[in-house]
Write a protein that binds this ligand. Structure first.
Ligand code: SF4
Length: 466
């Protein structure tokens, strides 16, 4: 347990907050990148990616971040929005590792083998679906090509339902230091409605095993807005989580989009909370976790005060990349595996999302890139301001570069309007700070700095922060 802290979060009454959210609701992206993915170029393909890799090869003494997407799961959860596939055949996973090997070696041909990895993240799907033999092979493949730097953060996403103490020890022996486990909600009725039965003991036992194995950080992912959740029921889950004392808690908003995600048609929608209940659930989350001593990070993450994310926020140096909040983002982030997203050599790139096309392109000697974006100087300045806003909750004048934002009186007027609503407060003549209320409108604030939004017919898929 960590020391309770109270009185730190200042928010209006839920009804007033709901009114403000409705008033400012519009389709806005999450700003995990700038420009956001819908504005990347579909004509950007393999030739452009090879050009970006060549440019990145000049950074041979710089660290590298690596993401690997492992799409396999034992069973599809109804609520899932990830690029995941169900298989029960070892040879399918082995074949995928064969193709990953081709991709890794092809990228290594450009980047060379001297790049040290400061951040490695396995995401999915379910990375711990791999057998010990497959996981050992994958780690060897990666570290032979790109050795880990001393003190590297080596993270893996875990499904506790198929985790075990032996697996935790094996992963630790392979060099993993951080484990994020999917919990979502401990309530049996909610678990039944989303097709993911996960007895609490499985989570507790994996968490204990991870600590005993020596993981430096154990994190938990929750989802709010699921069927049959209420503020009271979710508080019970949160209180159990607080007792387990993970280093970080990430809370994700459930977006019910059955037209886009067919598996969500199986979700029991009769129990879906309405907007105001969902907001209450999120407010309960903020209040319960901050009262238990966690720091509120960005909009929907929480970290112990001694966690490096909390320390970084205090120093205004928190960063975010495609792997989430971080303090260790390298100048080049390379992604391997189906649907991976990377940022290197001055551009963003996205890998093919269909596994059959991913395999065919690699087998044919290519690199399966489906879109990307070369960053202009204007993009970089706006991206820096948006990232700082979303991570460190401030907009210093130094980032509102006159060349980019045109010393815009219009922008200043809009920021003053947000300040009158209580979303921003002046930062001693140095710019703006985001209030606790303003966290709910971070996307609205970021949208003011976005030069692409509204161009063409592209709309992001999410419409509100809650
Ligand atoms: S939620 Fe996780 S475990 Fe469930 S299907 Fe999606 S990726 Fe697999």
């Amino acid at each position: 347990m960590i020391a309770p802290r109270t009185g730190l979060v200042r928010l209006p009454e839920p009804a007033e907050l709901q009114r403000l959210i409705q008033e400012h609701a519009r389709p806005l992206p999450r700003y995990t990148s700038y420009p956001t993915v819908p504005y990347w170029d579909r004509d950007f393909g393999e030739a452009e990616y090879r050009g970006a890799l060549e440019r990145a090869s000049a950074n041979r003494h710089q660290p590298l971040s690596v993401y690997v997407h492992l799409p396999f799961c034992a069973k599809r959860c109804y609520y899932c929005g990830c690029n995941a596939m169900v298989t029960h055949r070892d040879e399918i996973v082995d074949g995928y590792l064969d193709h990953l090997a081709l991709e890794i070696h092809r990228v290594q041909d450009y980047l060379g083998s001297g790049r040290r990895v400061t951040q490695l993240h396995l995401g999915g799907g379910t990375p711990n679906f791999l057998t010990p033999r497959q996981m050992s092979r994958l780690v060897r493949l990666l570290t032979d090509a790109f050795p880990l730097a001393e003190g590297a953060e080596v993270a893996v996403e875990m499904d506790p339902r198929i985790g075990s103490p032996e697996q935790a020890r094996h992963l630790r022996a392979l060099g993993f230091t951080r484990m994020s486990m999917g919990v979502q909600d401990f309530e049996p009725r909610v678990q039944a409605a989303i097709g993911r039965i996960q007895p609490e003991e499985q989570t507790v036992s994996l968490m204990e095993a991870a600590r005993e194995a020596g993981f430096a950080s154990v994190n938990v992912d929750l989802v709010y807005g699921l069927p049959y959740q209420t503020p009271e029921s979710f508080r019970r889950t949160l209180e159990r989580i607080v007792e387990l004392a993970p280093d970080r808690v990430a809370t994700f908003s459930y977006a019910h989009l059955p037209e886009l995600r067919k598996n969500q048609r199986a979700v029991d929608t009769s129990g879906l909370p309405d907007d105001s209940t969902k907001l209450d659930i999120f407010l309960t989350t903020v209040r319960t976790l901050t009262a238990a001593g966690y720091d509120w990070i960005g909009f929907d993450h929480f970290a112990r005060p001694d966690d490096e994310l909390s320390l970084a926020v205090r120093d205004r140096r928190l960063l975010r990349n495609f792997m989430g909040y971080t303090t260790r983002s390298a100048p080049d982030q390379v992604a391997f595996g189906v649907s991976g997203i990377g940022a290197l050599g001055g551009c963003f790139v996205q890998t093919e999302t269909r596994i059959d096309r991913y395999r065919d392109t690699l087998a044919g000697g290519g690199l399966p890139i489906v879109r990307g974006h070369w960053l202009s100087e204007d993009d970089r300045r706006r991206a820096a301001a948006i990232q700082h806003l979303m991570c460190n909750l401030e907009l210093p004048d130094s980032l509102l570069d006159a060349g980019t934002f045109g010393a815009s009186p219009e922008l200043a007027r809009r920021m003053e309007a947000f300040a009158r609503e209580g979303f921003l407060r002046p930062d001693g003549g140095r710019g703006w700070q985001v209030s606790d209320l303003g966290r709910f409108f971070l996307r609205n604030l970021a949208a003011e700095l976005d030069a692409y939004l509204g161009r063409g017919s592209m709309l992001p898929t999410f419409s509100s922060s809650i």
